[in-house]
Design a protein around this ligand. Structure first.
Ligand code: 48F
Length: 272
């Protein structure tokens, strides 16, 4: 009799409550965000900037990030010196996110990388975007003739790294933004596995900072129906030079892709 009482006492253990809270609320989030307006792949500077401006417009936005942290290439600053350099044209975006900056001469401004990471992410989250960490996007979903990208496949990063085959989960979305950086991973997989989209990946060219900053922003936008590109992924898709450790173009590209996606989705709603 005493033994049974002990077992009953143990059943109320805190571990059970913690485990169940994680499963219930985590699953609720995954369920809720399995169908969104915009899925952004990559929580670097361009992805986080895009997330904030899209969510601010009332769109349901998820950011899928492979690492268990956000910021992408911001963390290492410039060659591990703890400063990010941004040019004057991007200052309005820094002000929107309340990021402080100091003049660095020649129309350039210096920003603390940790502050930039924290405030870009907080801006995106406060605007209503969901950031899902530790997930690797490895494929797209397409439908229709002509084809349109309608979703993504993702898997937990540790599973992907283990090399074991586990089937991925799906996200349905009206638009995908590839903000994966230098390798343009989503556009690459779409080009390879959906040849009907007719995407020709040009590959990034060697550094030419002032040209690349402008061209990346200029070429930011739609790659195929339902598929958009922002940040350094733009250079990989359109064969543009890389720019090295200057970040204004990434922020401006993120803002521009948000404007383009929001406009396209609004036009589609009106067309229905
Ligand atoms: O590389 P990243 O910071 O991309 P970005 O926004 O900015 C580029 C600059 O940081 C820098 C530069 C500018 O001077 O040259 O490189 O274009 O962030 C990309 C994020 O995407 C994640 C990756 O972990 C990183 O945090 N990512 C990449 N591929 C995947 C992914 C994937 N398949 N699934 C999920 N996340």
């Amino acid at each position: 009799m005493r033994k049974i009482n002990l077992i009953w006492k143990l059943r109320g253990a805190m571990e059970l409550k913690i485990g169940r809270a994680i499963i219930r609320h985590g699953a609720e989030d995954l369920y809720e965000y399995s169908d969104v307006d915009v899925a952004i792949v990559g929580a670097g500077p361009s992805g986080l900037t895009a997330a904030r401006y899209l969510a601010e417009k009332g769109l349901k936005v998820i950011v899928l990030e492979r690492r268990f942290s956000f910021g992408g290439g911001i963390g290492p600053g410039g060659n591990m010196y703890p400063k990010i350099i941004v040019q004057e044209e991007a200052l309005p975006i820094l002000r929107d996110f309340k990021v402080r900056y100091k003049p660095a001469g020649d129309g350039l401004y210096a920003v603390d990388p940790a502050e930039l990471i924290a405030k870009l992410a907080a801006g995106a989250i406060d605007a209503g975007a969901k950031i899902l960490l530790g997930v690797h996007v490895d494929d797209v979903i397409f439908r229709g003739d002509p084809p349109r990208i309608t979703g993504l496949l993702w898997i937990w990063t540790p599973i992907q790294m283990s090399g074991m085959h586990v089937d991925p989960l799906y996200i349905q979305t009206k638009a995908v933004v590839d903000a994966t950086g230098h390798d343009a991973e989503v556009v690459s997989v779409a080009a390879r596995k959906v040849p009907e989209l007719g995407i020709q990946l040009q590959g990034e060219k060697s550094a030419w900072s002032e040209v690349s900053e402008k061209l990346v922003v200029e070429h930011t936008g739609k790659v195929a129906p339902g598929l958009y590109v922002a940040g350094m992924a733009v250079a990989a898709v359109f064969g543009l030079p890389r720019m090295g450790p200057i970040f204004g173009g990434m922020l401006m590209s993120g803002k521009k892709v948000a404007e383009i996606v929001a406009k396209d989705l609004a036009a589609e709603v009106h067309a229905v």
